[in-house]
Write a protein of this length. Structure first.
Length: 215
């Protein structure tokens, strides 16, 4: 334990805070939100309760930071996958696939998301985190869709693009749940291909307009 604390204190301020958030998520995954106490989180991180108070005013603030970490982690993973695409079509395709395949579809992530989601309706701070990440996801989708439609020489208004983004987000959310809760029910790539074909229908594309691999 002593060696662990020495290592922890050599870390930067940002690293220390990230370690505490990671310990918070570990405890929530194991004990649930109510069962994850500050003392347990401190023990998991190998620090004292006093050091936790240096970074967080209390447990509620730690939970909010942990929820933000879960949500931004999923969005950033999908965005990172999209960046690698050479064309707008490839970037949109990679973004959709990333949202319905590992590591985004992960049972631990789902259990953490489920633990947090009940707080959105009763805690304004959690609602704010949810809204922040929902808007970030929509913005990423709108950017990808705008570039895709431009590449396809298809005129789509900003309002129509937003409607597509909202609907596509709902589609991806549903398939994410299916892929995480019942991954063993789908063949390899089945859920990803289903998502791409569904997006083609939603965007009124010809079959293969998004699902066909680029050469």
């Amino acid at each position: 334990m002593t060696a662990s604390r020495r290592t922890y204190h050599r870390a930067s301020e940002a690293e220390r805070r990230e370690d505490l958030i990671a310990a918070t998520l570990d405890c929530i995954a194991e004990f649930g939100i109510q069962g994850a106490t500050v003392r347990q989180i401190a023990t998991r991180a190998g620090v004292t309760g006093g050091l936790i108070r240096h970074y967080f005013a209390g447990k509620d603030q730690m939970l909010q930071a942990a929820y933000r970490k879960v949500m931004t982690g999923m969005t950033e993973t999908a965005i990172a996958a999209a960046i690698e695409g050479e064309t707008a079509k490839a970037r949109l395709r990679r973004f959709i696939v990333a949202n319905v395949t590992p590591p985004v579809t992960d049972p631990r992530t789902l259990s953490l998301w489920a633990a947090f989601i009940s707080h959105i309706q009763i805690d304004p701070s959690f609602a704010a985190v949810h809204r922040e990440n929902y808007l970030a996801f929509l913005e990423a989708l709108e950017t990808l869709l705008t570039a895709f439609f431009r590449e396809e020489n298809r005129a789509v208004s900003r309002e129509e693009c937003r409607r597509y983004a909202v609907a596509l987000n709902a589609l991806v959310d549903g398939l994410w749940l299916e892929g995480t809760l019942a991954a063993d029910m789908f063949a390899d790539r089945e859920l990803a291909e289903n998502a791409l074909h569904s997006v083609e229908a939603l965007l009124r594309l010809e079959p293969g307009g998004l699902s066909a691999e680029e050469r």
